[in-house]
Design a protein around this ligand. Structure first.
Ligand SMILES: Nc1ncnc2c1ncn2[C@@H]1O[C@H](COP(=O)(O)OP(=O)(O)O)[C@@H](O)[C@H]1O
Ligand SMILES: [Mg+2]
Length: 261
């Protein structure tokens, strides 16, 4: 479904992510882990076609559904975003305009993807919220972001991202701003997306506990390079890489134990 082939990304012509390669099948969950500044966000923004102005893919290729994305026009890329590929962020609420009601943002989002009336888009938004187990969707639609908890805002972000059932969901530290209990709920909800809709997920996290719980495959990033990668078990229990072992050792409770609280 997605293949990144020896990709290099530069900011201001300075290579920052180097020689990054990965392959992903439909419904697979891949975690990108590594410390802050290692290039995780850069990789997923490149896939989304959303690098900052100074950033550019300068080498390699990104192939999605057997077609290179790098030659896409901005319009083609825009059409892909939100339909086949969606992204959720660390704090979806912070991405929303604080002066606009959730529903207005959601309706506008839906209406950039299909020509339907505002009323129909509003109903569709509520239906999506309810599918993501947010009851009383009408009330949420009428709320301002600050009136919702961080966990609710994140679920709204996921609901929006899932509206068109993308085959690929890119999640950049989606639980990092949340308390542990809410983190666990959001992680479980993302796992359900894969079960119900067969959504492939790339989860970026500095929390290797989240990666251990969710991912089939783990890629460890360090200084813009792939330091280590392998299937979950191999990385968690069989890696010979010293850096990977140090990362794992720094987590007090592995294997998703923390999710049970
Ligand atoms: N807009 C930008 N301009 C210049 N350098 C950037 C920009 N965004 C990120 N970088 C650099 O790219 C590197 C990787 O950043 P990032 O992908 O955000 O890492 P991570 O998500 O792992 O914390 C960092 O050294 C950062 O300084
Ligand atoms: Mg980041």
């Amino acid at each position: 479904m997605l293949k990144i082939d020896h990709m290099t990304v530069a900011y201001h012509n300075i290579p920052t992510v180097l020689d990054f390669s990965m392959e992903m099948n439909p419904g697979q969950i891949i975690a990108l882990v590594g410390e802050s500044g290692s290039g995780k966000t850069t990789v997923i923004r490149a896939v989304m076609g959303l690098l900052p102005a100074a950033g550019k893919v300068t080498g390699g290729d990104i192939v999605f559904d057997e077609k290179s994305l790098l030659n896409d026009t901005p319009e083609q890329w825009r059409a892909l975003r939100g339909s086949k590929i969606s992204m959720i962020f660390q704090d979806s609420g912070a991405m929303m305009n604080p002066t606009r009601r959730v529903g207005n943002v959601f309706v506008e989002y839906i209406r950039t993807h299909e020509k339907i009336s505002k009323k129909a888009a509003w109903e569709k938004g509520i239906a999506m919220l309810e599918r993501m187990r947010l009851p009383d969707g009408d009330h949420i639609m009428r709320s301002y972001p600050f009136q919702l908890s961080g966990g609710m805002r994140q679920r709204v972000g996921i609901a929006m991202g899932m509206t068109y059932q993308p085959s690929l969901l890119l999640a950049d530290e989606p639980t990092s701003a949340l308390d542990v209990t809410t983190q666990a709920q959001i992680v479980r909800q993302m796992m359900e997306l894969r079960e119900k809709y067969h959504t492939g997920i790339i989860i970026v996290t500095h929390n290797i506990g989240v990666a251990a719980y969710m991912a089939d495959h783990i890629i460890v990033m360090r200084n813009g390079r792939m330091e280590d990668q392998g299937d979950r078990e191999q990385i968690l229990y069989g890696s010979q890489n010293e850096y990977t072992r140090k990362l794992i050792a720094s987590v007090p409770s592995m294997g998703g134990e923390w999710l049970k609280q």
